[in-house]
Design a protein around this ligand. Sequence first.
Ligand code: PLP
Length: 420
Amino acid sequence: MVNAFAYVNGELHAERVPAGQLAEQYGTPLYVYSRAALTDAYQAYASACTGRRAKIHYAVKANSNLAVLNVFARLGAGFDIVSGGELARVLAAGGKPHDVVFSGVGKSTAEMRIALDAGVRCFNVESLAELARLNQVAGESGQIAPISLRVNPDVDAKTHPYISTGLKANKFGVAFDDARAAYRAALGMKHLRIAGIDCHIGSQITEISPYLDAIDKVLELVAQVEADGAPIGHIDVGGGLGIRYDDETPPDIGTFVKAILDHFDRRGHGHREIWFEPGRSLVGNAGILLTRVEYLKPGAVKHFAIVDAAMNDLARPAMYDAYHAVDAVAPRDGQPPVIYDIVGPVCESGDWLARDQSLVLKSGDLLAIRSAGAYGFVMSSNYNTRPRAAELLVDGARVHVARRRETLAQLMDDESTLPD
Ligand SMILES: *Cc1c(COP(=O)(O)O)cnc(C)c1O
């Protein structure tokens, strides 16, 4: 993995650009992504798949900025989408409809129609009701919808309950015990074509074994479904590979991919076409969030550093109790550090970004919140009428404004006061 955010002469850089210069020029809070880090992560998947019938579909929801999507489109990635909006983004960023997989539990009729007209590669269907709806929508427009069923293999991905998706108690996928019957139902639907099978067991998974358990269960079903007369063209193992935020030790991407492909070989399915849907592992460590310290607030129990980024900019700490490492952009030497909670200006006790960080700080200092490339900007909101942050994509010494900072005028543009 390239280290895209490293210290040079005592100052944090994004590739070859000093982070302080970016903050000066573009303001804070500021998301900064590294093209080299995005490319490196994608190439790790791609090179581990060399010589195999395998396809990488980037899970757009992790970071859907057009510049980020464009980097992946240029590298030859496919895309995993969960809404009509994400389809529009992929197409605007140069992605090809034939490289798009449409996932999600709640696809609307309108979204199905748009995706059919565009010609997406596959619909990952999550219920019998959705199968019936898609069959009808395809029939009305004289089309055949390629489908796979997202099967819930009921394995424990050993991750946070909010990001675990492959257990019986989750809303996702068709229950394992119902999947064969659901495929039989699909076989009887005239406007559907069975293309493959898929599962996605969760996110921030740091072990390989849950994947291998899921694959074994999926392969049981493949045998049953093919015996029923539906050839399975591809097996989609989903996304979910974790990254290092703190002291986690996920397998690196190459090791992970090889373990999965080897497992298919061992089970006698090495000839199958295998799809991956990575999100976080492609973008998470390719981004940081720059923020400036507004105030230092010492307390009896805790010391707070109040910064200009908040839960509306980065929701993961408030939402998942997630850890993000925080580093000073220009660390001060020779003074004893203080333990701070890093908090934002939003009027909620849940508005914190990091806890118990040992730092030497002064008001006005810049901080880098690490590992902010995935589920960062995409989850941001305008709570407290805070315009959303700008996003930059750095490429060597070049800086591309991937998204301008939102303005207050934009925020109020669609609203109006009452008529007289
Ligand atoms: C979110 C999601 C992914 C990506 O998950 P990561 O943990 O970011 O890799 C892949 N597939 C589906 C269906 C998803 O919902």
